[in-house]
Design a protein around this ligand. Structure first.
Ligand code: LCV
Length: 259
């Protein structure tokens, strides 16, 4: 596993994203290594996992690997997409996952962070929800992740502007748990992890699953789901979708025409 590092100290496991040249873009390979690490930690009955990037990272994760977004008419964020699998794995992991954020979090990486149970960030950290910047139709469960993390009005501002918001604002609106100075965030996070690890793991594991099931219990009729999926197809079949990806690859601003 060369794109991440994995360490374990008593009941606390730490996964560090370590593909800085690509700003920890969540490629199939990077996600596969995170999932493998989570599997090992689950087998070791780890009581808390810390998911982080190296200290003083300018970018925690640049989100989905744009180079891996399909352009052949397939849903870019379908069930089997590695980003979707990672979100589900974190949400169903048997113990709490703490996201330790230092740097910019982009696109689908914001959803990965929000899928974590507790989020602790440095003041320099930012969070940007970027589908509108790329012309991507975000998927239904992903939008529910955002809606579970902040008020509808905040989610709309994040989604429609695609602009990064600061950790301070994210904490103010209740999207993250703590903003801690870079010099103190490691000790603060480890102290919280140790507190959790000293509590009853079965009780915590069941409460985590109860909260997941209850938070996800939202009525969406089959007809409603099919309508949303149909609308999403219009987007990923659009010229704007291809323009968004092409513009990123050509390092230029996209020009969207709404077609
Ligand atoms: C592949 C990358 C990426 C990247 N993929 O460094 O949420 S959704 O729906 O939008 C979903 C589909 C999703 O998550 O899409 C991805 C959303 N992510 C973003 O929009 C962030 C895109 N990246 C950036 O804006 C910049 O890279 C940041 C601001 C993160 C860092 O800028 P900086 O100038 O420091 P570069 O842009 O030069 O990036 C360094 C290398 O990493 C690649 C990028 O193409 C470059 O590769 P080369 O050195 O080969 O040119 N890279 C960055 N992000 N998401 N590759």
């Amino acid at each position: 596993m060369d794109l991440i590092t994995l360490s374990q100290d008593a009941h606390v496991g730490t996964i560090t994203l370590n593909n800085s040249p690509k700003h920890n873009a969540l490629s199939h390979l990077l996600v596969a290594q995170i999932m493998e690490a989570l599997k090992q930690l689950e087998l070791a009955k780890t009581r808390v996992v810390i998911l982080r990037a190296p200290e003083n990272s300018k970018v925690w994760s640049a989100g989905h690997d744009i180079g891996e977004l399909p352009e052949d008419g397939r849903d870019p964020l379908g069930w089997a997409d590695p980003l979707r699998e990672l979100v589900r794995t974190i949400e169903t992991f048997s113990a709490p996952v703490i996201a330790l954020i230092d740097g910019g979090v982009w696109g689908g990486a914001v959803e990965v962070v929000l899928a974590c149970d507790i989020i602790i960030a440095t003041p320099e950290s930012t969070f940007a929800v970027t589908p509108a910047k790329l012309g991507v139709p975000y998927n239904v469960s992903g939008m529910m992740t955002f809606m579970s993390a902040a008020s509808l009005r905040i989610v709309k501002e994040l989604a429609f502007t695609a602009l990064p918001i600061s950790a301070t604002r994210a904490e103010h609106v209740g999207m993250i748990n703590h903003v801690i100075e870079s010099a103190d965030i490691d000790a603060f996070t480890r102290a919280m992890a140790a507190t959790i690890a000293a509590n009853a793991p079965l009780s915590i594991s069941v409460m985590k699953e109860q909260l997941r099931v209850l938070a996800g219990a939202k009525p969406l009729t089959p007809r409603g789901f099919e309508k949303v999926q149909g609308l999403r197809r219009v987007v990923y079949d659009s010229l704007d979708y291809h323009e968004g990806i092409r513009a990123f690859k050509e390092k230029r601003k996209p020009v969207f025409n709404g077609t």
